[in-house]
Design a protein around this ligand. Structure first.
Ligand code: NAD
Length: 795
């Protein structure tokens, strides 16, 4: 084609990146890689290898060791042996290693970008300009966290040996998100890359060698799901950090429930991309290109659900189609390509099948007539219109370049549609009205909200989901916290095992509720009112010497359901200002102080006079403390290195089910319910099984303290039975369970259904009288989740 012809057609020529250096690197390794264990590459103990291929051609790139349980054992042992010397280094020395990694990532950035593109199929433009620079930024940012650790996290210790399992969509970036904070906090690591994309992790292993990172601090074991499973279940691992599908996240939650492994899960998403009629439509369309066609839509936070205001739907969709027609698909090493290859045939078939199902359910499928390569795994950019909100394509993550569109009329309808998903990872909101955009952002159930932008990431800003998108954050201060634990907590002794009721039925009890109480009878407390239990049964409550103190009702499944409904209706508590919540808690403290004598007298019959007096006195102080915290536990504003501010807000989790400790009927209850309430959650609490009569005193206090009805609900009964109902209830967002080891293991394994967040004492003793153990930030952090709202500035 002549220059004149080119000038007239304005067609792009090809601009291929030369892979020769990377191919030479693969050849130097004889196209065969072992695991990276204890500082060197080692062959697989079972002698098995698998192929990794270039998805844009289907051709084999190299064979890679398949990790057996023995390989995982060896890697965990190496990480364990390296732990003490790594922790013995000064924070500055650890910081220098991280800094050195960052430097070398930059030095080898082109090689890493080409290797990533070869192994993953993503456009070189993305691996070169987004993935690898973010990898370097992550290590720089965390080098400085390593340095500042003792000042910024006094009293905290690293978890120990960390097992990390990552997906294939951003192979080296996910590695950086995992390894950088883990090392900065003083942990050692065993990481399993995804089976489709192991190569950049192995190039990273070479960087570890090049900077002479002490052997065993980073270990990389390759393999498929079974290798990941062996790592997740390994008894020598103290924490698991997982990024991947919700389904596998669930299985890891179940597999780790009966251990004390700390767990963070970054899972799938179905993120809304909301365009209001006053948005800058051309910018929104460009945002959409980055939102759903970036990395072929294989992005956990892809803006895969376009919600557009009805008045502009036609215009916007036309603009979207026009823009889609200009997207260029082709060999990902071509620098002017927008759409690269899908990771593997199995993923391609999955996308096809979901789109077919969507069309069968009534969606209209539109694809531009862009030229698609004939070799390799490709899927054209796709728009599904007329999608019903309940359609499979509106609900399930497709993980491909497929956008589904729906319309809304009002901001309220937009929020309802946006939140109509089990996920809650990210959202993008487009409006030129800052009022509308921020009002909507505040109501979205998502860990990240981008206003008039999309897919912005930075190491200083936490990233992670609400609901079934997982829990825990990566990046920023909150991301680092996932790799640390309070030192006292790690060293706390175990609680003795508690007796459980013999029969685990719903209605068992000692006597019908009608039996006259010896001293006093209490009721349940639901929606701000006293309530009789559904079962009509009660249990006898005995004092320290076995004497009968009274009767307590036995709540059951139906009572919990009623309590959850009441808690859901009490959303006004979350919307109340922090100042208002503080006032209510101060009032509560005042009322508790006024009724001190009578409460001590009654409590003394169960726990003795000394403990009763201390519980009430510390309880008054603790209530004051949380009144003080209510308007102080606020967020932060981050300055990422782009023209954005990221507003990190601490939001309440929602409705929390709390199983209170047996040992401190009053103080245990207050120490858990108050931090949850202070930040705006609603609560269903199961009081101490040993002295549930405390409920009577508590609800009288709540009644007289202006607490919104339903903000706190009390259901008395056997902890093990009520825990199950709370953990399995889909409208309960988190379970806090403070009991013996068996009970907290139940809390974790029973919560897999909707992947609710679980906070427990790990079966350990907490000294509820000690402020440093039983009060403050540690509890408030578990009562909130961080939402980052990104807002651009400038013209
Ligand atoms: P996947 O869950 O199939 O695999 C992820 C990793 O887990 C792989 O390394 C795999 O080998 C391993 N694995 C598989 N079965 C396992 C088991 N039983 N026990 C332990 N490990 C096991 O996910 P994928 O297909 O590789 O990645 C796509 C998913 O990842 C999508 O759902 C996407 O949304 C999610 N993702 C989430 C984020 C985030 O930050 N939230 C980021 C990227 C990807």
């Amino acid at each position: 084609m002549s220059i004149v012809e080119k000038f007239e057609s304005m067609e792009y020529g090809t601009a291929p990146e030369d892979p020769k250096e990377v191919l030479a690197w693969l050849d130097r390794h004889k196209r065969r890689f072992g695991h990276f264990i204890n500082g060197s590459f080692q062959p697989p103990s079972a002698g098995q290898y698998f192929d990794t291929t270039d998805p844009s051609t289907g051709e084999k790139l190299a064979s890679v060791a398949e990790g057996s349980p023995a390989d995982v054992d060896a890697a965990v042992a190496a990480a364990r042996a390296a732990l003490a010397p790594w922790q013995a280094l000064t924070p500055h020395a650890r910081a220098r290693y991280l800094y050195a990694i960052a430097r070398l990532v930059q030095k080898h950035s082109r090689r890493l970008a080409v290797l990533e593109t070869l192994d993953n199929g993503k456009p070189i433009r993305e691996s070169r300009d987004i993935d690898i620079p973010l990898v370097a930024r992550h290590f720089y940012h965390h080098a400085s966290w390593a340095q500042l650790l003792p000042q910024e996290f006094p009293g905290y210790e690293p978890c120990g040996v960390v097992g990390q399992i990552i997906p294939w969509n951003f192979p080296l970036l996910m590695l950086a998100w995992k390894i950088a904070p883990a090392l900065a906090a003083g942990n050692t690591v065993v990481l399993k890359p995804a089976e489709f994309t192991p190569l950049t992790a192995l190039a990273f292993a070479e960087i570890c060698q090049e900077i002479a990172l002490p052997p065993g601090v980073v270990n990389i074991v390759n393999g498929h799901g079974a290798t990941g499973e062996a790592l997740a279940k390994h008894s020598g691992v103290d924490k698991i950090a997982f990024t991947g599908s919700t389904e596998v996240g669930r299985s890891i939650r179940a597999a780790t429930a009966h251990s004390h492994k700390k767990l963070s899960l970054e899972l799938g998403g179905k993120s809304p991309f909301i365009v209001f009629e006053d948005a800058d439509l051309d910018s929104a369309v460009e945002g959409l290109v980055d939102g759903i066609w970036f990395n072929q839509g294989q992005v956990c936070c892809a803006g895969s659900r376009l919600l557009v205001q009805e008045s502009i739907a036609e215009v916007l969709l036309q603009k979207v189609c026009d823009r889609m027609s200009t997207l260029r698909a082709g060999p990902p090493l071509d620098k002017s390509i927008d759409i690269g290859a899908i990771i593997a045939d199995v993923q391609l078939q999955r996308i096809r099948s979901l789109v077919d199902q969507g069309v069968a359910e009534g969606a209209v499928c539109w694809q531009p007539s862009v030229k698609m390569p004939t070799k390799g795994f490709y899927y054209p950019p796709t728009l599904l219109k007329n999608v019903h909100p309940t359609s499979i394509v509106a609900q399930q993550e497709i993980f491909g370049p497929v956008l589904v569109s729906m319309t809304f009329r009002t901001p309220r309808e937009a929020v309802e549609l946006a939140n109509n998903t089990v996920y809650g990872l990210a959202a993008s909101v487009w409006s030129e009205s800052i009022n509308v955009a921020l009002h909507v952002a505040a109501q979205l159930k998502a860990g990240v909200v981008w206003v008039n932008c999309t897919n912005q990431f930075d190491a200083a800003c936490g990233f992670g989901g609400y609901r079934e998108s997982g829990y825990g954050r990566e990046g920023g201060r909150e991301g680092l916290r996932e790799y640390l634990e309070p030192a006292w907590f790690r060293n706390a002794p175990k609680l003795p095992a508690a007796e459980r009721p013999a029969a685990e039925t719903e209605t068992d009890g000692d006597a019908p509720f009608a039996t006259p109480a010896i001293d006093r009878t209490v009721k349940l407390y639901i929606g701000g009112k006293q309530a009789r239990p559904d079962s009509g049964y009660s249990m006898a409550v005995r004092g320290a010497k076995g004497e009968l103190l009274g009767e307590a009702p036995l709540g059951n499944r139906k009572d919990i359901r009623n309590a959850v409904e009441a808690a859901r209706k009490a959303e006004g508590w979350a919307k109340a200002t922090a100042h208002n919540r503080a006032q209510v808690l101060y009032y509560l403290a005042e009322n508790l102080a006024q009724r001190r004598e009578e409460i001590v007298r009654r409590l003394a019959a169960a726990v003795g006079e000394k403990q009763a007096a201390s519980e009430v006195d510390t309880g008054i102080e603790r209530t004051f403390a949380y009144a003080a915290w209510a308007d102080k536990f606020d967020g932060a504003v981050h300055n990422p290195p782009v023209r954005n501010i990221a507003i990190a807000m601490n939001e309440p989790i929602g409705t929390i089910g709390i199983v209170c400790p047996r040992e401190m009927p009053l103080l245990g209850f207050l120490s858990l319910a108050l931090p949850a309430l202070a930040v705006g959650n609603t609560v269903i609490a199961v009081p101490s099984e040993t002295y549930p009569l405390i409920a009577g005193d508590l609800y009288q206090l709540f009644d007289t303290s202006d607490l919104t009805g339903g903000a706190i609900n009390i259901v008395i009964g056997y902890a093990s039975q009520l825990l199950k109902v709370l953990a399995e209830h889909d409208d309960v967002d988190a379970v806090w369970c403070f009991g013996d080891e068996a009970l907290v293991a139940d809390a974790k394994s029973m919560s897999v259904g909707n992947l609710k967040q679980v906070f427990t004492n790990e079966g350990r003793v907490i000294d509820w009288f000690k402020t440093e153990q039983a009060e403050g930030r540690w509890f408030l952090e578990h009562a909130t989740q961080v939402k980052n709202v990104w807002v651009p500035y400038g013209e």
